[in-house]
Design a protein around this ligand. Sequence first.
Ligand code: PGA
Length: 240
Amino acid sequence: MKKLIIFNWKMNPSAFKEAKRLFNSILYTKKAELIVAPPFVYLNALKVKTNKSKIELAAQDVFWENQGAYTGEVSPLMLRNLGVKYVIIGHSERRKYLGETDEMINKKVLAALKAGLKVVLCVGENLKTRQRGQKVVENFVRNQLAKDFKGTKNLIVAYEPIWAIGTGRACPPEDAREMIKFIKRILTTKYKLRQPKVIYGGSVDSKNIKDFVKYKEIDGALVGGASLKPKEVKKIIQLL
Ligand code: PGA
């Protein structure tokens, strides 16, 4: 199965000119499915480019209603009509800075799936939880999945331990593999998913990408910081 690589630009770059340059540095490869998650304001213009490049787009978030009086929000239907294929939901930065709860995330997941978007649901523990040991981490993630996943049948999960995001301290690949195996076990036994995809995120760059994607259980990576550096992006793609 092709690995899934999502370049999450977060709230970057600050001008479209730069976004275009960044986007152009992503060279198509047959070996993986490449997805770019730019800020909302660049989606429309980049969509025109993706038509030629075979690179898919993801939104970094979405609201749970399709239209109406919800100032500042973007709906699943809008994304779908624009030709955006994926949406990231429940990123830890949104949980932290915007107070997104599991209940909100579940509503977003359900609405996005209903609109025909492919959902990438982010889960993962913070450092305090990690320090309490593997069993506590597993319980935490199991709980998060139960709440965020409620009522759904099909989505991609990104295991993103919060302590590894943007810190330059990636999760040891062997540990990420164990957690991903655990998540897959839950998805197949409890939620009856047939071939769930679970990717890893947290300080992935050209130096460690291979250590993650070499495992058959790890279906790809969510790349944040490194996705803003064209040279890194090129190297990462070459290493797939
Ligand atoms: P990072 O971000 O690669 O900068 O750690 C990953 C993410 O937040 O998805």
